[in-house]
Ligand binder design. Sequence first.
Ligand code: C2E
Ligand code: CA
Ligand code: CA
Length: 409
Amino acid sequence: MTDRSAVNILVLDDESFMLKLLGRILLNLGFTSVIFCDNGRSALEQITDASGRPNLILLDLNMPEMDGIEFVRHLVDRHYSGSLILISGEDERMLQTAEKLVRAHKIPILGYLHKPVKPDALSAMLEKWTPPPAEAIGVAKKVYSSDELRAAIDNGELINYYQPKVAVATGELIGVETLARWRHPVDGLIFPDQFISIAEASGLIDKLTRVVFMGAMTQVKAWEEAHLPLRIAVNVSMDNLASLDFLNFVAEITTKLGVAAHNVVLEVTETRLMQDTRAPLEILTRLRLKRFRLSIDDFGTGHSSLAQLRDIPFDELKIDQGFVHGAWKDETLRAMYDASLSLARQLEMEVVAEGVEDRNDWDLLRRTGCDLAQGTFMSRPMLAADLPGWIEKWRERVRKESLTAGDSK
Ligand code: C2E
Ligand code: CA
Ligand code: CA
């Protein structure tokens, strides 16, 4: 049992009486190490300070400067590893949607509370929560320095994994998405959430993207020569689209290796897409003119501006996994899923559903006529060498499990 006084809690609400009220409830429950903030900026300073990292945050959604949803985005950037409780005066539906967004970011959420907060409701939620064991408190995921990352890139420690994207109607493998991994000599396999934002913050993202892109193009050419023609997707950061160098690099490499532009998909994340638009808009448009395929990634999680979405000639829209897995049984998710799908249809984009984890998810895609599926139901990301073996097994599954049998409508 963790000593409650050792658990760090942060309460963020712009109303001071709410801070007092919540503080009193927490104190009565034995949580004595509580920090109060009345705005997102000062709360973020607490998160950044390693010694006082909270294990739990009580977060008000409605705040004048930085709202709760934006705050969550910053938590993700800072690799916040604790839990969260949402609080709001908004209606049930709004809170449910916010909860989905948080889950999509993989932050453990204990639940949400309506204002005015009832002490019993909060204490019931905390009773069910298992705070991290004492020895784990304060230990966050390792944070790597930009020097370490730079050395890793130079030493060839970044390797590409590939995840299948399959046609829902036929089960056919259409392409793969390239996902970077860092094979750390001591710490093992490190996932992108621990190094992409460092690369972006320290100006290493161009170098990183080039290494990943180069590896992906070499690989797709090798597959093509082995009679396995595939589309290849690479994740592109908004920072890559700040200068024309990237455009030239992409055009040169593909020409040199003989990879057709229409088989190259550039996945851009919507959230960063909408901030500063002129240079990226020009570069994206020119890439499109050269027939590279543009994909809008993680659709649904950002503050999307439909007008800008229309301005950029995307070929593909990827519905975020947070709105796909379980959408067959959850009305709110289903509404987000349907809206994304119909928007993509209107703008004549191809739709990829991410986070397809089980047969129910797959069947929803079939019923709704989604184009492509990606997720653990088909396969986790894998090494290039494992792809041919996977294809064999997948074909057999499509047949045996009748994945494409019958009328999908
Ligand atoms: P993303 O582009 O949205 O990639 C999909 C992520 O979802 C991958 O995580 C993948 O492993 C995971 N995933 C796949 N299927 C499922 C599923 O069925 N359920 C669940 N829950 N998750 C699934 P990964 O590889 O950890 O990558 C995380 C993010 O890192 C990517 O999200 C992408 O934004 C970024 N990233 C990865 N490689 C690169 C890169 O080379 N450059 C840039 N700029 N970003 C990258
Ligand atoms: Ca992606
Ligand atoms: Ca995505």
